[in-house]
Design a binder for this molecule. Structure first.
Ligand code: G
Ligand code: G
Ligand code: MN
Length: 522
């Protein structure tokens, strides 16, 4: 597919390009033919002008002058003078005293216009090439005329037709269409390839030119353009194929690396304490997965979580997290109802094994009597909502709490708030950050807080970093605080130590003690 794509693209591009190319060729050819015809017409009118002084003079007096003028321009078949619609004197004596309409074998307009020109296929007595006739008839009745041998134009058209297979035709006035003498079969469309046609006309004289190219001409142009671009297309094909191959390999290997990371025990769990405002102590912790590669390199959780979700690895990864947490908590001593927050991804929620995974975990850690809290993102609640709601309801009856995580960042409608059994709403740190030292308004944060109160949900504020944020949030009855101000995520060992020394202290005291310790260090 990746290899065929550039080829197809080039095929399409060259198809369009070759149509343009043929069109430009036709245009150029038509312009050339038109220029030729215009130059012929220009000569003809000049000649008629040169004849003007002879008008009305007796034919005997002017016949020498007529012959002289006629010889000056090679392509005049005949020139002469008219009286009304009759030729009274001509360089070709056969035409003398003949009606113009008799010679051109068609009726003349009732009233001849002052300047009249026409292309004619057949001329009386002269079974030769097509002819162009130019007639000037001033109002006094004495006029001039010139017959031009169109062989020059036909020769030109023959050359083009032989060279390119183009068919050219030229028309002067309302006259016959003059074409190349050995015209090939009429052009027809051939499948995808169509006959190209181009018309143009002169701005100076009543001359119209039409050029058509046979369908094969476009085929040839297409082939040529394609062959020109073929090396590029092949290069691109190879590049695309290589890129997809590399990308697939990387993708595969990332999944393998996740598996290997699990097998090699490269993952660990960090715990971030949550402060209960009413209880004035640490009332829980959120489990956060961390990945440290065997080479000591840390991979950021948002990166590997997103990758695991994209590659259908988030369920095994979460199952691994649950096993790690089971292990870690064996050494914990916490009061009953200590909150243990677990992040659950959307895909896992929709998996039929979800309930049993959670139940198995709950059974394993049952001795600690944790209050297990599942942290779900808004996104996970919108798809297959009914089934998810049923599962959550079931777990809730078994004493598990549900929190909505990163609230306000999911771009979801709020309707799910009414249809799902929820206990906590975790305000995303983005909204907490709007509480600034300048004391600006925080309308969205305020709205989220009052919405949670109305829905009788408990509130956890995430990413609390300053005293001022803490003050604002507690003043607005936010019950739980999480963030660097209280404590950063810590590995199991550090968390155990931290909890021993700080876990039971109120937040302000804790800050105070922490500062004292820093002073002692100095
Ligand atoms: O605190 P931290 O930088 O680890 O969090 C980065 C993101 O990764 C957060 O959105 C957090 O919810 C998510 N995250 C951390 N651990 C887990 C986990 O075990 N499972 C899931 N689904 N997400 C997690
Ligand atoms: O999305 P979730 O709430 O599960 O993830 C919490 C994320 O927020 C983790 O990446 C954690 O490290 C981070 N975090 C926790 N407290 C703070 C804080 O006070 N400030 C900042 N910037 N990040 C925090
Ligand atoms: Mn979370």
């Amino acid at each position: 597919m990746a290899g065929a794509f550039p080829l197809l693209l080039v095929l399409l591009f060259t198809f369009v390009e070759s149509r343009q190319l043929v069109k430009r060729d036709l245009e150029a050819t038509a312009t050339l033919a038109l220029n030729q015809a215009e130059s012929v017409a220009d000569h003809a009118w000049s000649m008629l002008k040169a004849l003007q002084p002879l008008q009305g003079k007796s034919c005997d007096d002017i016949s020498d002058e007529l012959q002289r003028l006629n010889a000056r321009f090679a392509y005049f078949r005949a020139i002469g003078l008219t009286n009304g619609k009759t030729i009274y004197c001509s360089s070709l004596s056969a035409y003398a005293s003949r009606n113009i309409s008799d010679i051109i074998m068609m009726p003349l307009p009732a009233k001849l216009p002052p300047a009249w020109s026409l292309s004619i296929d057949q001329i009386k007595d002269v079974e030769v090439s097509p002819t162009l006739i130019f007639i000037r008839t001033p109002s006094n009745g004495w006029g001039t005329f010139g017959l031009i041998d169109a062989q020059y134009l036909v020769d030109f058209m023959n050359a083009v037709s032989k060279l390119r297979g183009f068919q050219l035709s030229i028309t002067l006035g309302d006259g016959d269409t003059i074409q190349a003498s050995h015209t090939t079969a009429a052009h027809t469309n051939e499948g995808w390839l169509s006959v190209a046609e181009y018309h143009t006309s002169s701005e100076l004289f009543p001359i119209a030119v039409t050029v058509t190219a046979p369908a094969t001409e476009m085929g040839k142009a297409w082939q040529l353009a394609f062959l020109t671009f073929l090396p590029l297309a092949l290069g691109l094909s190879a590049l695309f194929m290589f890129a997809t191959y590399y990308w697939r390999k990387r993708k595969l290997s990332f999944r393998d690396e996740l598996r290997r990371g699990i097998a090699n025990n490269e993952f660990s769990v960090y715990y971030q304490p949550v402060y209960g405002v009413d209880a004035q102590c640490c009332t829980g912790a959120e489990a956060l997965l961390r990945w440290r590669r065997s080479d000591g390199h840390w991979i950021r959780p948002d990166v590997f979580i997103a990758a695991a979700e994209a590659e259908n690895m988030i369920i095994p990864l979460t199952q691994h997290l649950l096993r790690l947490v089971e292990n870690d908590v064996t050494s914990w001593s916490v009061p009953p109802d200590f909150h243990l927050g677990l992040n659950v991804s959307a895909e896992h929620l929709q998996d039929s094994g979800f309930i049993s995974d959670i139940r198995r975990f709950a059974a394993k850690v049952a001795a600690h009597r944790f209050l297990i809290t599942l942290e779900l993102t808004e996104r996970s609640l919108i798809s297959e909502g009914e089934e998810v709601a049923r599962r959550l309801q079931q777990l809730r009856q078994e004493g598990i709490h549900i929190a909505i995580d990163d609230f306000g960042t999911g771009h979801c409608s709020l309707s799910y708030l009414q249809s799902f059994p929820l206990d906590y709403l975790k305000i995303d740190q983005g909204f907490v950050r709007t509480i600034s030292p300048q004391g600006e308004e925080t309308p969205i944060l305020d709205a989220i807080i009052s919405l949670a109160h109305r829905l009788k949900l408990q509130i956890v504020a995430e990413g609390v970093e300053t005293e001022q944020q803490l003050r604002y949030l507690t003043q607005h009855n936010v019950g739980y605080i999480q963030g660097f101000l209280y404590a950063r995520p810590m590995d199991n060992e550090n968390f155990t130590v931290w909890k021993h020394y700080h876990g039971k202290r109120p937040l302000d005291t804790h800050r105070h003690v922490a500062r004292e310790e820093e002073d002692d260090d100095e």
